[in-house]
Design a binder for this molecule. Structure first.
Ligand code: FAD
Length: 474
């Protein structure tokens, strides 16, 4: 068994071993002892559910703009416990909904503005990390969307055309097989789309560092404090085990875990995203692979497979494929799904045969939140005093920064360029009740896997017309 997978344990009265939830939490460079829980009922200006990127960025921008605010963050576990402390390390300007679909839904200008803000978010994270002294290992290597076999070439060409249609193709380049191999040698790669607007980070160091900065700015973070329910109104509130937190505004920033609140149960679908990690590779292996640019690398499978290179010379392989759980259940044991982790290891060795004999030292996972229309929401209802940011569908590192900036502006009543984006006050319709939800999710998961496998075997691109593709790709 590998670390993170094998080390997961509850240590009785001492609590959970948080370092076992991901390589990132294990190497966060600090003791993960929880901060004190909420001592009792309190009043504040803004109360935030969730100390992941969304909640922490919101707190950060609120306090930067108005240091006099009393901002309180309530976290059920520890800062960075959720997807923010477990992800694939990509800070990507890619948005959960494709640029083509964004244009179709919201028009060219709105799509363009949103994608420009996504690029700004990639820059912003690096700038804040540096300015605030957060050792987030931010590295701007760009992104390679690789055509892994001829069936995937049309997808990268189409993506390039969408960049062109939005006048965003500057610095984005289509690479042929040889140019791709000059950057990274992947078995079966026949081309790639290079996009410079992407970086990598150490996710847990960013989340934990951001939490400390929020405290330095005067914010309060209570860990081991679960919000059980919330109410909007003239004085909105969170209800917790330790009492009520009344505020001028409450912010729901719990991403996949929001589905645990009865009022939001069908708002997002928790889908598990899984990761395996190699040991640090030898120089000979790196010479064989190349990858000096440390780009984030992905193929074009619907079932998502992506790779990143860590600062200490390991390769991280991430992907979907773990099954949706009936009733949108989220449990620690679902982070570990043997067949999916094994598939990721196998794919890793296929991509890089030089990995034969390399140890995979870590395996972990976590839930991502999928809204019914795949569209991220960043909203604030001033009449109810309730704000929320959610629905990143696995592309939330940069997006959560945009959420934080947007929610801070909305709550402070500031009309800015970002408060007009199509994400603002977007409403996705609710997912179907069970058992329809389970049947639909499993059908799409299996269907997309089959479409991907068939395309790879036949060399022919997916038609985009199967029911699974129509229901499950955006
Ligand atoms: C395995 C994996 C790989 C990923 N890879 C990438 C990637 O490479 N790039 C990318 O852009 N995105 C990636 N994502 C998605 C990205 O990490 C998330 O979208 C982003 O971190 C979400 O941040 P968040 O703060 O909204 O949610 P989270 O980080 O999940 O934080 C929510 C927090 O709220 C707390 N909480 C929930 N409910 C309650 C409650 N009732 N009371 C109190 N606290 C509560 C949770 O404990 C948690 O700490 C990945 C996700 C996963 C799981």
């Amino acid at each position: 068994m590998t670390r993170a997978a094998s080390a997961r344990k509850h240590t009785g009265t001492v609590g959970k071993d948080y370092s076992s939830y991901s390589f990132w939490l294990e190497t966060a460079g600090e003791d993960l002892t929880p901060r004190p829980a909420l001592p009792g009922p309190i009043d504040c200006d803004v109360a935030i559910l969730g100390a992941g990127f969304s909640g922490l960025w919101t707190a950060y921008y609120l306090l930067r703009q108005d240091p006099s605010l009393r901002v309180v963050v309530l976290e059920a576990e520890i800062a960075g416990f959720g997807a923010s402390g477990r992800n694939g390390a990509w800070v990507t300007s890619g948005f959960p909904v494709t640029s083509g679909e964004l244009q179709r839904r919201f028009g060219r200008e709105a799509a363009r503005e949103l994608l420009i803000e996504m690029r700004n978010s990639v820059d912003e994270i690096g700038k804040v990390a540096e300015a605030e002294g957060i050792d987030a290992q931010y590295f701007r290597g760009g992104q390679l969307r690789v055509a892994h076999g001829p069936s995937q070439l049309p997808a990268i060409e189409k993506a390039y055309r969408f960049h062109q249609a939005l006048d965003l193709e500057k610095d984005v380049r289509l690479l042929d097989a040889e140019e791709t191999a000059d950057r990274i040698r992947i078995t079966g790669a026949v081309g790639a789309l290079y996009n410079p607007h992407c970086a990598t980070i150490h996710p847990a160091r960013l989340a934990r560092g951001l939490a400390r900065v929020v405290e330095r700015l005067g914010g309060e973070i209570f860990e081991q404090t679960s919000v059980i329910d919330y109410e909007g109104g003239t004085r909105p509130k969170f209800i917790t085990d330790s009492g009520e937190v009344r505020a001028g505004a409450v912010v729901l920033a719990g991403e996949a875990y929001l589905s645990r609140l009865s009022k939001l149960h069908r708002q997002v679908l928790p889908i598990y995203s899984l990761i395996v990690l190699t040991e640090p590779l030898s120089e000979e292996r790196w010479d064989a692979i190349g990858w000096e640019g440390r780009e984030c690398v992905a193929s074009n499978r619907y079932t998502v497979d992506y790779r990143s290179r860590t600062a200490d010379g390991r390769i991280l392989f991430g992907g979907r494929g773990a099954p949706y759980h009936y009733g949108s259940r989220i449990r620690d044991e679902y982070d570990l799904h043997g067949p999916t982790h094994e598939m990721l290891r196998r794919a890793g060795r296929e991509w890089f045969p030089v990995l034969e004999g390399t140890r995979f030292t870590h395996a972990w996972g976590g839930p991502i939140a999928t809204p019914r229309d795949w569209m991220t929401t960043m909203s604030y209802d001033p009449a109810q005093g309730v704000a929320t940011a959610h629905g990143y569908t696995g592309q939330g590192v940069a997006t959560a920064n945009l959420s934080g900036r947007t929610l801070a502006d909305l709550i402070l009543g500031r009309r800015t360029d970002i408060t007009n984006l199509p994400t603002v006050n977007h409403e996705s319709r609710a997912w179907e009740p069970e058992p329809l939800r389970w049947l639909g999710a499993r059908f799409v998961q299996r269907g997309l896997m089959k479409v991907d496998d068939r395309a790879e075997k036949t060399g022919k691109p997916p038609t985009g017309k199967t029911l699974a593709e129509r229901l499950g790709s955006h």
